[in-house]
Design a protein around this ligand. Sequence first.
Ligand SMILES: *Cc1c(COP(=O)(O)O)cnc(C)c1O
Length: 344
Amino acid sequence: MAYIEISKDNYWYNIDFLSKKAGGKEKLMVVLKDNAYGHGLEIMAKLSCGFGIKKSAVKTLDEAKKISFLFDEVLILADHPPRELQVDGISYAVHSIEGLKKFPKQSSVHINIDSGMHRNGIRVSEIEEAFEIVVENKLHLNGIFTHFRSADELSCEQFWQNENFEKAKLVAKNLVQKYDLVMPKFHSCNSASLLRRKTPLDDDFARCGISTYGYTHLHETLIGEDICLKPVMSLWAEKLSTRELKKGDRVGYGGTFEMPENGEVSTYDIGYGDGFFRHDGKSELLLENRAICGRVSMDSFAMLGREEKVRLFYNAHYLAQKFGTITYDIITKISPYIRRVVVT
Ligand SMILES: *Cc1c(COP(=O)(O)O)cnc(C)c1O
């Protein structure tokens, strides 16, 4: 059966590096959304907790409920306001004034500020209105945050958005005094914006996803020499069958692969139904230096030889480049049904 190896050593290496960069374990929120970027939500939550991380972020309430017992706080980044009050350290990102009004009384929230990305978040000019709703509905304002749109690119946008967020912080801090509230936590950096920082973090914590799993898409000139992240996930497939074929025989759908000489071909138990890309067989696709034969099927793919198992990737950068996408896309889509095994 196909399986995924999760390297605990590499994960801890990455979160150790990132928490030092952020200024301590308490200043790193690990992002475990989308099944921990395909690595397995509960496995990665336990590994983070074992390392001493106290805060995590997920996408939905369902995800938060599975792991909230392991953390002081789990922040839900992209779900709709719940019907009932959520407790147990679960808090919600709020993306608009209308959304804020829908939260049950006493809910814990982090208000998202639109500092220029224009995806989600309230405008700086709406902060006071948001505070009025917080007070009126007795909400717990645990945090105020923003998200950068170009953190991994070589441009000055990061500085422009950062300045906008600093302005928002000032406005919010004054309003905290005016309404006599507890000071919320401020946070803005994702992986790329934390990694490119040359100065200490001036927020309360950073929210890191992709870098904890061993990847960065930072523009090469922004990658400091000290940055050496290690991929955490390796995907393995096991052999289904082997057959002898003659020169000229064609393999798989459409017969796109032709045997260059007599030899053996084996099939392995991963296909596009398992979240691996459907390679169309028109160009060469290498898995750790060995070409696959023809098209990827829904449940299998073929390779020359008779090895018992093959590793599809340890580092997803090659596949991301090959399929014109980013590593996030390759790792996040790997099926949650594949067995995950933690190795040290
Ligand atoms: C996904 C996400 C992150 C993590 O981003 P990475 O680039 O993976 O570090 C941080 N903040 C928000 C709001 C997100 O949606």
